[in-house]
Ligand binder design. Structure first.
Ligand code: 2M8
Length: 441
């Protein structure tokens, strides 16, 4: 810990204080919005990253963030990707609650009756966030029974993913919509999305374009396909077994975070005096499946697998580097991932300041457009942890310095140009602030 009193004007202090201001401003009473303008509800994996930052400032608020999200969990175990705030006007975000109609259409899956949510999920970072939040103030956590209350919910969430969502039959979780990856318009989804007939762009109204430059966002054609897939899921009651998912992909980042969360559940079980071995066995089995199914030695990284076409998706995105965050990977896999991160596709420490979301040399690379090239702060926080875990300290330190500097200079941008660091998307973005706090604390 750095003595902040002695460093009142240092860039470190400025970045930390700015990040605290963002998290203060985006707190809405029982949770945090990703952005006051663009995303005025609660998002699932955003809240996990937010808790990881909040725990350094207000540990009870971090617990509350996760509890609010988990209170909207469905009885089948899914943690919805958006929990809607009923006081926000419907027109503020598309698709709004009247599109998802979770409390009625999702009733067969045990969607809550009193809260409106989406029917999709997002990457499972929650057990990791819960464990880190507990560790920030174990006494207060224990007094409130935090772990005891969240543990069964987190277990049910993980089991939903390894159960109903094992659509490929190899033990890995599948996503059924690009929004579930959190990396909405990644070029990885172009091949499986090409099979989806888009709805007309005159049938919906995008609220995002009121708050962000169209060149920084997905296209109307992307949205036409997102809407088609979400409608299909809803119209089948969000039942995975009935819906004949037209889009099903095993994503390396989602599965790596699932495994990391299983390790966190082992820690939580241990802290609760329970036997952690079931979680450790599952983590090991999932790691074996991940490497067997998604590792591509010739690419030097993991690739997503299209479950419907039953083939790997030959696009290189940062999702394929995120398994670096895991313990228990084969040593040659770790070495190859570091070589890929620092090689021509991602340029870390050479041509980029942060890992781009997509291959710099790829045909679809665009340094401005959302998940098709810009660098994202949560992704880079995961890469930083992975580099540090595997002893790449110089690279990790450089990435940490770049990340915290760019967060402040971009006014906590949603994403930045990976080469120039120019701010993109919205500003005062919660997870950008949260991971900055975590790296500076
Ligand atoms: C973005 O996704 C939402 C849909 O969920 C959107 O574009 O409207 C993604 O960047 C996603 O990863 C993120 O969780 C969400 C809120 O920050 O925004």
């Amino acid at each position: 810990h750095v003595d902040r009193a002695d460093q009142s004007t240092s860039p470190h202090t400025t970045a930390y204080n700015g990040a605290r201001r963002v998290l203060t401003g985006n707190w809405v009473g029982a949770s945090t919005v990703p952005s006051r303008s663009l995303y005025p509800h609660q998002w699932s994996w955003d809240s996990a990253f937010v808790a990881i930052g909040l725990r350094h400032l207000w540990p009870l608020r971090a617990q509350r963030e996760l509890e609010t999200l988990l209170a909207a969990q469905w009885q089948d175990g899914r943690v919805p990707h958006i929990v809607f705030n009923p006081s926000v006007p419907l027109a503020a975000y598309f698709p709004s609650p009247d599109f998802w109609r979770s409390s009625s259409e999702g009733a067969g899956c045990g969607a809550p009756a009193g809260t409106e949510t989406s029917g999709l999920v997002q990457p499972p970072v929650h057990a990791v966030a819960a464990w880190l939040t507990h560790r920030a103030d174990p006494v207060a956590s224990h007094q409130r029974g935090f772990l005891r209350r969240v543990y069964p919910r987190l277990v049910a969430w993980q089991r939903y993913l390894t159960g109903a969502r094992d659509l490929g039959g190899h033990g890995l979780a599948s996503i059924v919509h690009p929004w579930e990856s959190g990396m909405d318009n990644s070029p990885c989804w172009d091949p499986p999305l090409a099979r989806i007939d888009p709805v007309g762009s005159d049938t919906f109204h995008r609220a995002d374009l009121h708050h962000s430059r169209p060149a920084d966002r997905p296209t109307d054609l992307d949205y036409g396909r997102y809407v088609r897939l979400a409608e299909n899921y809803r119209d089948h009651g969000y039942l995975d077994r009935d819906c004949g998912h037209p889009f099903a992909v095993e994503d390396p980042a989602v599965n790596a975070l699932l495994i990391l969360s299983e390790h966190a559940l082992a820690e939580i079980a241990g802290a609760l005096g329970r036997d952690p071995s079931d979680h450790l066995v599952r983590a090991e089995e999932l790691t074996t499946a991940l490497v067997k199914r998604l590792w591509h030695a010739e690419s030097g990284q993991f690739l997503a697998h299209d479950v419907i076409a039953d083939e790997p998706i030959a696009e290189h995105s940062a999702a394929g580097l995120i398994p670096l965050v895991l313990p228990g990977l084969p040593e040659e896999t770790v070495r190859a991932l570091v070589a890929t991160a620092t090689g021509p596709r991602f340029g870390l420490g050479v041509s980029t300041r942060m890992v781009p979301s997509y291959d710099l040399t790829g045909h679809a690379f665009d340094p401005a457009r959302y998940w098709r090239g810009p660098a994202w702060f949560n992704v880079n926080w995961l890469v930083e942890r992975g580099l540090r875990r595997h002893g790449e300290l110089a690279l990790a330190n450089e990435l940490r310095a770049n990340l915290t500097r760019l967060a402040a200079s971009s006014r906590y941008a949603e994403y930045v140009d990976p080469v120039t660091g120019e701010a993109r998307g919205t500003r005062d973005f919660s997870w950008t602030a949260a991971v900055t706090i975590d790296l500076l604390a």
